[in-house]
Design a protein around this ligand. Structure first.
Ligand SMILES: [Fe+2]
Length: 347
């Protein structure tokens, strides 16, 4: 009702002003819940509205959106949910909050980056990489296996092992190597930590500058976030103390990626417009903007990342699918617990 009223108000305002009713009053609307910030999303949605005449109503929140969709149930007004991390995307499907995306545009995204039933799709990618000290590390290429070697003793750092970013990395190792090899690897990585996991992804580069860490496991986009941080310019120094290495696996697999993505809500009142929005978000133009907004990689491989992102090197994404990563999240969490990874080095 709220939305009908809003369109009505706009139409009356247009009539009062002696104008024809704007196109979006006739083309309908789409309701979006966005975990991602307005600064990232709104410019894109403005282009969508300009191109399609479909109005967007957006609720932004850093937390609790999936819980909200769940508690609203069939009365939920939401059509499209924009969120980050594979755990949230597969979690929505597991809880029955999503429905299959039907736009053919979904096929622009490689199969390993979308749901097997099309219940969600990646919109942009972030890679879990190594930030190494420019001063104290000579290596130009490293594997994930390498950081378990004795030469890294007391030199590694990362955030908590049970944070979604590290769970994704560990889960992908389980898919690739099996549980036993992953346990062995994670134990050695734990014992190479310079200090117990702490802070967020930027804590590592900060400590690389401080000299207490030589290699931090951190997501790619933080390099861009720190380099462009005018509010806290000291972060530029953190970023400049490190360079990025895209780790590979000894078996030839590429760098682990996680995704920001979207799903259409099960009870979406505007399913057709929801699919149009997804189609738009997967267009070349939107893919570029969506990825650049947070220094990420487009999910559509034919769209080039920004020059800044490219300056960090060439990303060759792992072939492990997001669905496979999600399937091992619980085992990854249990392993982090079992090894008391968050307590830091034990040997
Ligand atoms: Fe992040």
């Amino acid at each position: 009702m709220l939305h009908a009223r809003l369109v009505g108000t706009l139409a009356s305002a247009a009539l009062l002003a002696g104008l024809t009713v704007p196109a979006f009053a006739q083309s309908g609307e789409v309701n979006v819940y966005s975990y991602r910030e307005p600064g990232l999303i709104q410019p894109l949605l403005d282009v969508f509205t300009a191109e399609t005449g479909i109005k967007t109503n957006v609720l932004y929140a850093g937390d609790g959106l999936l819980e909200r969709v769940e508690s609203e149930g069939e009365f939920s007004p939401v059509d499209v949910v924009l969120t980050v991390d594979i755990g949230n995307l597969t979690g929505a499907k597991d809880k029955g909050l999503s429905q299959p995306i039907t736009t053919a545009a979904i096929e622009r995204v490689p199969a390993e980056l979308r749901d097997t039933d099309s219940d969600w799709v990646a919109l942009s990618l972030r890679a879990r990489v190594f930030y190494v000290s420019k001063d104290r590390v000579d290596a130009t290429a490293l594997t994930y296996e390498d950081i378990a070697k004795p030469e890294w003793k007391g030199r590694l750092c990362t955030r908590a092992g049970d944070h979604a970013y590290n769970i994704g990395l560990i889960a992908s190792r389980i898919e690739l190597w099996g549980l036993d090899k992953t346990r062995e690897w994670l134990t050695a990585v734990r014992d190479n930590l310079a200090y117990p996991p702490t802070g967020g992804d930027r804590e590592g580069p900060k400590n690389i500058l401080a000299g207490t860490c030589d290699l931090s496991i951190t997501n790619t986009y933080y390099m861009g976030v720190m380099l462009n941080n005018e509010a806290e310019p000291e972060q530029k120094d953190w970023a400049n103390s490190a360079r990025i290495i895209y780790p590979t696996s000894e078996d030839g697999d590429g760098t682990q990626v996680n995704a920001a993505g979207a799903f259409i809500a099960k009870y979406a009142p505007n399913v057709e417009n929801a699919n149009k929005l997804i189609e738009f978000l997967l267009s070349d133009e939107a893919q570029r903007l969506y990825a650049d907004a947070n220094y990420e990689f487009p999910a559509v491989p034919s769209v080039s990342p920004s020059e800044l992102t490219l300056s960090w090197g060439q990303l060759v994404p792992s072939k492990v699918s997001l669905v496979e990563i999600a399937a091992h999240r619980a085992e990854a969490a249990a392993l982090v617990d079992e090894l008391q990874f968050n307590a830091g080095a034990q040997n």
